[in-house]
Design a protein around this ligand. Structure first.
Ligand SMILES: N[C@@H](CCC(=O)N[C@@H](CS)C(=O)NCC(=O)O)C(=O)O
Length: 226
């Protein structure tokens, strides 16, 4: 995790789990973006959901937060844009302004739909990787929206086929293009695949079958062998 720009030191604030799992889809996107740009991290500060004081300096209630030299950037989309604009001499995350504009769609799609949908399958199982205070925090903040987390698991088998079907446009695009961004993966790939990585880190419940093109694509993007 070396710094690669002389004096610039880089720290990522990411979500803490009990067992070293990466449980933030938004943190994982940033790891993938940094890897694409071949930028290292000097430090990863792991914070719990309840540790709001640790990220108060960034005026943020959520991770990831990137401290890049003297620049503090909160929110994974803003971090991606910061990296793209600051390190424009390195491999591009967007492949130009049209790619950046289209990647924004995937940021919104993940934020508004995909993350909540995946949460409904894995949130109860994710609790086992969090400490007691974070478990209570998740229940307190998520159950008003999702209902009792146990009940989500009771209905998930029945809900799975329609979830998988909804992924058809994504599946077809990946099949036709190789990646969402085309022959070379970019930020849209990192954002969507990071959500599947989060599911896999949180729960043994298989959202994708191993013969699904999205399964091997996600493994590849996340740097795991299929
Ligand atoms: N839009 C933000 C979302 C970040 C986010 O929701 N992070 C979660 C961890 S995966 C978090 O820190 N949540 C804090 C909370 O629920 O209080 C981003 O893209 O960075």
């Amino acid at each position: 995790m070396a710094s690669d720009r002389g004096q610039v030191s880089r720290t990522l604030y990411d979500l803490k789990s009990l067992d070293g799992r990466r449980l933030s889809p938004f943190g994982q996107r940033v790891h993938l973006a940094l890897r694409h740009k071949d930028l290292g991290l000097d430090k990863v500060e792991l914070v719990r959901f309840v540790d709001k004081d640790a990220i108060a300096f960034a005026k943020s209630q959520s991770v990831p937060v990137l401290v890049d030299g003297d620049k503090v950037v909160a929110d994974s989309w803003r971090i991606a844009n910061h990296l793209e604009d600051t390190y424009s001499d390195r491999p591009s995350l967007f492949g130009g302004e049209a790619g950046r504009a289209l990647a924004r769609y995937f940021n919104n799609w993940c934020g508004i739909w995909l993350t909540a949908e995946i949460a409904s399958f894995i949130l109860f199982d994710m609790l086992q990787h969090l400490d007691e205070e974070d478990r209570a925090y998740i229940r307190r903040t998520r159950e008003p929206r999702f209902g009792p987390l146990e009940s989500l698991n009771e209905t998930r088998e029945a809900r799975l086929p329609s979830f998988r079907k909804t992924l058809d446009p994504l599946r077809l695009t990946v099949k036709q293009n190789g990646n969402l961004h085309g022959a070379e993966a970019g930020m849209a790939d990192f954002m969507v695949a990071a959500a599947f990585h989060w599911a896999e880190q949180s729960s043994a419940f298989a959202l994708l079958t191993s013969d699904d093109p999205l399964y091997s694509w996600s493994k590849r993007i996340n740097g795991q062998s299929p």
